[in-house]
Write a protein that binds this ligand. Structure first.
Ligand SMILES: C[S@@+](CC[C@H](N)C(=O)[O-])C[C@H]1O[C@@H](n2cnc3c(N)ncnc32)[C@H](O)[C@@H]1O
Length: 254
């Protein structure tokens, strides 16, 4: 999927908060080798540089648009344009950090043990992923894509939820790790502006559906989806929209 950094950045602070909360739970006083997987435009990588200024930090992402921005915005980091499906680190990692990226990768049953296996002894894998796929924000994308008007062109894009239950990740990592800490947080996000939930997903999950349509048809799909969202997330009298959003956090140490 081609990323649109401007659309993604519209809700920068709300998207950054879980990364800060995950980082606060990583106990790694002096890591030498740190990787930020799916680093995007480097907002989270910057937090890693601030926390560990002496570490060798590498950001990995397969979007040239995102990495271009990252390279301009954050100094002192090695940027690698590569898919995480095939990426391997040059050296065993003291910290593998990934915020809001691994939900884009398939087969977590193989992926998580593989990522954990990249750690040096004493290293930490720290991951945050959205787990809002059964909430209306995401379920209504699937519902719209499967509706009569769109199913021929978009139905095939609807797949199973990409993120499993917290206990499934414990089952994958528990036998391998010295310690595993897994938790979920549901943020009551308060969004400003018209069709705010659609604007949110347009920066992430919705985009793959829009990209699959000819340009002239995208507005029609957006409007069908937005109409459903207006019922599920009615605006408050002051114009704001409440958007509860669940996220899963994993910190596993070797
Ligand atoms: C929602 S953004 C998160 C960016 C950053 N971690 C942050 O929290 O601001 C997801 C990022 O994952 C990257 N991504 C998705 N699938 C990927 C893959 N297979 N390999 C590498 N990067 C991937 C995207 O290019 C995008 O930059």
């Amino acid at each position: 999927m081609a990323w649109d950094p401007d659309q993604y950045a519209k809700f920068r602070e709300q998207r950054l908060r879980p990364a800060r909360e995950l980082l606060a739970r990583v106990e790694a006083p002096r890591p030498g080798v740190v990787y930020d997987l799916g680093c995007g435009e480097g907002n989270v990588t910057r937090l890693l540089v601030e926390r560990w200024p002496r570490a060798g930090i590498t950001g990995v992402d397969d979007s040239a648009e995102m990495l271009d921005r990252a390279a301009k915005a954050v100094a002192g980091v090695t940027w690698v344009l590569r898919s995480l499906v095939s990426w391997e680190p040059e050296r065993p990692a003291d910290v593998v950090f990934s915020n809001a990226a691994l939900q884009w990768l398939p087969d977590h049953r193989a992926l998580f043990p593989r990522l954990f296996g990249l750690l040096a002894p004493g290293g930490t894998l720290a991951v945050q992923m959205p787990r809002n796929f059964s909430a209306p924000s995401h379920a209504l994308i699937a519902e719209t894509a499967r509706s009569r008007a769109w199913k021929d062109r978009l139905g095939h894009l609807v797949g199973p939820e990409p993120v499993s239950s917290p206990s499934e990740y414990f089952r994958l990592l528990g036998p391998l790790a010295k310690s595993v800490d897994i938790w979920e947080t549901e943020y009551l996000q308060v969004l400003e502006g018209k069709d705010a939930v659609k604007e949110w997903t347009k920066g992430t999950w919705l985009k793959q559906f829009l990209d699959a349509l000819p340009e002239g048809e995208r507005a029609g799909f957006e409007e069908d989806y937005a109409a459903r969202l207006r019922v599920a997330y009615p605006r408050l009298e002051d114009g704001r929209t409440l958007f509860p959003f669940k996220r899963l956090f994993i910190v596993a140490s070797r």
